[in-house]
Design a protein around this ligand. Structure first.
Ligand code: AMP
Length: 214
């Protein structure tokens, strides 16, 4: 049977270092060193499979519009993007962390509208709306921990792993919003049209994940 051509979008950076061993276990290996090259699209040992290596926040967009058939992205970025246009069939159980609210120790402010700095404005908006809290969202792209220190915001919504970054900046984690890990996402049309190829890859990745956590 002929295998359909398939493009898989991977998140670059630290997540990629954890993703590639799982893909190798599933018999998908780029033909050159992706960490050395400045290319964005790579051939693999499988003639029909190519890997795109891009920013995590762009992975859901490429997969939603079908330029990539599949992708690997953090759950935080998937939640922020919204999951129209793709399925999320597999948790790779890598890059695990938590999306949390955080703020200064002993912080309490119940009456006024809270000012929240975050790069996850959609998630934060939904989270505080669900809690019936009125908040003012301030979009930042990095160094969020500075916002409460400098009076730009009362609290932040950010990724927490060890909690060291928060602590080093005089903040502490408060409420858990979501447990985060990297997920495989699949374009809905690709899932129909390229079903056997995609199912084959998913089942090999599923085995690779169970081996990696056992
Ligand atoms: P930590 O000091 O260990 O709590 O790390 C927190 C910082 O590391 C956050 O500000 C995040 O930007 C980054 N970080 C940690 N884990 C992840 C992850 N799985 N995905 C994306 N960013 C992460």
């Amino acid at each position: 049977m002929k295998s359909e051509n398939l493009v898989i979008a991977l998140t670059k950076g630290r997540i990629l270092e954890e993703t590639l061993p799982l893909f190798a276990e599933a018999d998908i290996v780029p033909t050159e060193d992706v960490f050395e090259s400045r290319k964005l699209l790579f051939d693999t040992n499988l003639e029909n499979v190519k890997l795109m290596i891009i920013r995590g926040s762009d992975v859901p967009t490429y997969v939603e519009f079908g330029s990539a058939d599949m992708g690997v992205a953090g759950k935080d970025l998937i939640l922020e993007h919204g999951n129209n246009g793709f399925y999320e069939p597999l948790d790779l159980r890598i890059a695990q962390c938590r999306l949390m609210t955080a703020g200064p120790k002993n912080f309490s402010k119940s009456s006024d509208r809270l000012k929240i700095a975050t790069k996850f404005t959609n998630i934060a908006k939904q989270y505080f709306a669900d809690q019936g809290k009125q908040v003012e969202l301030i979009k930042l792209n990095g160094a969020l921990e500075l916002a409460p220190l400098l009076g730009l915001a009362d609290c932040i919504v950010d990724i927490v792993d060890t909690g060291k970054t928060l602590k080093a900046n005089g903040l502490e984690p408060k409420q858990l919003i979501a447990e985060i890990s990297s997920r495989v996402i699949v374009n809905k049309a690709s899932m129909k049209i390229k079903n056997s190829t995609i199912r084959g890859i998913l089942s090999k990745l599923r085995v690779a994940v169970s081996k990696s956590i056992s």
